[in-house]
Design a protein around this ligand. Structure first.
Ligand code: NAP
Length: 324
């Protein structure tokens, strides 16, 4: 049978097959717009009906009046001395008013449910916006904090952390004798423990050897030139101060705890000095802290501790921050 078809009919059939096979594209109408459109249609219908009611009422009222006055229907029927059509028209007016109220007041445009949904959406949008703004604000606050951070908390040594020297020194910067401290100040040791706990403590080999054993809750970094210096487990050994700073990794405040040789090298790199100034002179001392240059270091805090039964010397806790 196929051979009866000429070229043009084959083409027509192909087009028909193609059109029938093609799926109708689904209308991509926004659900909200559709709702709005359907409601607008509903409103038009409501208002039209109200208009017809009004026209009907006008005709009806005239008809009722004519029925009574011209045709004489119920001419003798009065209520409280008034013709019946007056009451009939009155009742109709009330019905019409009810209809009017129903259209304009009770039946608002999209209904309460729709309004609530819209309000919720708006609130969610606002909430999102607030969250975005809050994030931006926090970011900006961080940037401002960074730029306005006082020098005391900025790193001077490119490590990003606040390298702090902690030391106790006499009036002439004396710090030790025969690889030992020259005094025993209980409250100073307490403060030392409080400040350095959970941090890295960087020290020279000789200071490390002045301890009977490593101090608890601190990571010890010992600086030595020796290649095979043996230490207990957990103690880190490095060959320079720079290596020590690297080993302190991301500690926000590593402490340099001495002794004299290491202090001399660290004071050019440190950001802060926690000095316990012991208010006495120790003539037999053999190790000293470098002189604090007040054009470089600014005193920001000072607290005095008197001599007492437990402390042979008066002393002051003084905090310096680098200002140049
Ligand atoms: N009052 C205080 O607050 C306080 C605090 C700490 C210590 N101290 C006192 O200070 C005294 C010890 O101080 P110190 O000056 O004699 O010794 P230190 O500074 O504790 O240690 C010196 C040693 O550190 C190593 N070292 C120093 N610089 C180095 C570098 N650039 N590279 C590699 N290794 C380096 C060397 O170790 P190697 O010889 O092994 O190569 C050197 O012998 C003691 O009396 C101690 O009690 C007092």
């Amino acid at each position: 049978m196929w051979h009866h078809f000429d070229k043009s009919s084959t083409f027509t059939i192909l087009i028909l097959v193609f059109m029938l096979g093609r799926k109708k594209p689904k209308p991509q109408i926004d659900q909200e717009q559709l709702e709005l459109f359907q409601n607008a249609q509903r409103r038009i219908k409501q208002k039209k009906r109200l208009y017809y009611h009004f026209v009907l009422f006008l005709f009806g009222a005239v008809l009722l009046i004519l029925a009574n006055t011209v045709l004489g229907i119920g001419k003798d029927f009065t209520i409280f001395g008034r013709e019946w059509f007056v009451y009939a028209i009155g009742i109709w007016i009330l019905l019409f008013l009810y209809h009017l109220l129903n259209v304009f007041i009770m039946n608002r445009f999209m209904g309460k449910e729709w309004e609530k949904r819209q309000l919720d959406k708006l609130m969610a949008k606002q909430q999102n916006r607030i969250q975005v703004l809050e994030k931006k604000l926090k970011k900006e606050e961080r940037i401002i904090e960074q730029t306005e951070k006082p020098k005391e908390s900025r790193s001077h040594n490119n490590s990003g952390s606040q390298l702090t020297i902690i030391v106790a020194a006499g009036e002439n910067n004396e710090i030790g004798k025969d690889n030992k401290l020259i005094w025993h100040l209980k409250d100073d040791l307490k403060r030392f423990k409080k400040l350095t706990s959970d941090h890295h403590i960087i020290m020279g080999r000789k200071t490390f050897e002045s301890f009977p054993k490593p101090l608890p809750n601190r990571t010890h970094i010992v600086i030595t030139r020796q290649g095979d210096y043996a230490v207990p487990q957990g103690v880190l050994v490095v060959n320079s101060l720079e290596e020590a700073l690297e080993a302190a990794g991301n500690d926000s405040q590593p402490f340099v705890i001495g002794g004299g040789e290491i202090y001399r090298q660290a004071i050019t790199l440190a950001d802060k000095i926690e000095l316990t100034r012991v208010h006495s002179q120790f003539e037999n001392a053999d190790t000293f802290f470098p002189k604090i240059d007040t054009s470089v270091w600014k005193e920001i805090n000072c607290k005095m501790h008197d001599q007492d039964a437990e402390h042979d010397h008066a002393f002051s806790f003084i905090t310096y921050v680098r200002q140049a």
